[in-house]
Design a protein around this ligand. Sequence first.
Ligand SMILES: [Zn+2]
Length: 297
Amino acid sequence: MSYQVGDVKVHLLRDSVYWTDAGAIFGIVPKPIWSRHAKPDRRGRVPLAVNCYLIQTKRQNILVDAGLGNKLNAKWRDIYAVKKDGALVDELAKIGLAPRDVDVVILTHLHFDHAGGATTTDEEGVLRITFPKATYLVQRRDWADATHPNERTRGGFQPEDFLPLREAGRLRLLDGDHFVNKNVSTVVTGGHTTAHQVVRVASRRQVAYFPGDVIPTAAYFPPAYATAYDLHPLTTLEAKKTVLRRTARRRGLLFLPHETDHPVGRVEADENKRYVFKPVAPEETPPRSTKNQPRKR
Ligand SMILES: [Zn+2]
């Protein structure tokens, strides 16, 4: 399933679906309210999709996040109801790409559901870099936090997801916002993790944002919604408002990482000035320019 942003093509690659504790992911939002968005199972878990995105520019294949991967042990698979390995590499094959065709992997942050597929255990049980020719882009402060976790943050990380990247020389640590090429850039938001980064694509006056866990699903549009894992929820709140405002103003596309049914859409303000998500079907090309159209607000 692909989407066009100017000259840039974006493919949705569904890696997996897992189930996670609803209280943990809805934070301060009480159950009578979050249960409007999702129906929990008997263990109080709700489903989250794991959506990765491949951004294709003229010269580069750029992956946003690497999914769950295949390294989760039996205990974690039970906790998160993960039934099979992440499908990211198979999904890439469906669009004619092998792992070695990926040039850049942008990790929004290093939690196991975003970085798990960065490395793979092969048939002999050897840990390998999944995308052997790619440069993996990670914010330096997030790297420091993930490699020195504390009692609160430890549960979100699996060191074998990311330590091999450094050993193999595939890791590039970033100190803030970064242009990957003229169309694709990363923007540090913080919030969910100390230096969580989002991805922005711009081409021919069209824009798209990949907000990572600042906006995991459309249920998180209300500013106060954040996961209980967020280290700096007030930073998440401000970052989210900025991403939503910019996406709405430019009639851009938003590519959500954990939305199950319709993860790609536009953002519009309703009559109460609340932002709402308007899913967009694949291959529906956004209007080329809003320049000559009357301004709505
Ligand atoms: Zn996360």
